[in-house]
Ligand binder design. Structure first.
Ligand SMILES: [Fe+2]
Length: 163
């Protein structure tokens, strides 16, 4: 049976370039999701309960994003990466954890990851819209960018020291 192409007004080469970007984004989101899970499970300290709940709320947001990015790849006519090995190969993030299990140490690592993702998305928005003629993906990742900016702000505000 002949493959049915996604004929949505974007050349295949452009769709492929957009999908390559989305594959890295998916991998980054999945690695960060896993790092939040680790923080949720292994957090220790006087603020255990508050932060245990906070990390769970945050990985819940990333769980939704992971699904949406993978499904956008499918909408553009390509298959999504779906294995942990692929995610590790595609992601710019490292699976490093903090040296200690206190909330501040976990949050500092997570904040750096958010900021790396924000920077990556920001450079990709214009490219997707202008070079690859995909306004839909530019708009889609703009929403994801805004979510990461909000999540990063909450971490940044939490790790601030007044001493
Ligand atoms: Fe839990």
């Amino acid at each position: 049976m002949k493959t049915v192409e996604a004929e949505i007004g974007i050349k295949k080469d452009n769709r492929k370039a957009v999908v390559d970007m989305l594959k890295q984004l998916l991998a980054d989101e999945f690695i960060l999701y896993t790092k939040y899970r680790n923080a949720h499970w292994n957090i220790e300290g006087h603020d255990f309960h508050t932060k245990h709940v906070f990390f769970e709320e945050e990985y819940g947001k990333l769980e939704v994003t992971v699904d949406e990015v993978a499904e956008r790849i499918r909408m553009l006519g390509f298959y999504s990466p779906g294995s942990l090995q692929q995610f590790l190969e595609l992601s710019q993030l490292k699976e490093n954890g903090p040296d200690q299990n206190d909330s501040i140490s976990f949050m500092k690592v997570l904040l750096e990851d958010h900021q790396d993702i924000i920077t990556f998305i920001r450079t990709s928005i214009g490219e997707n819209a202008e070079a690859h003629n995909d306004e839909g993906t530019a708009d889609f990742i703009t929403g994801i960018l805004q979510q990461h900016e909000e999540m990063a702000w909450m971490l940044r505000a939490s790790v601030k020291s007044f001493k």
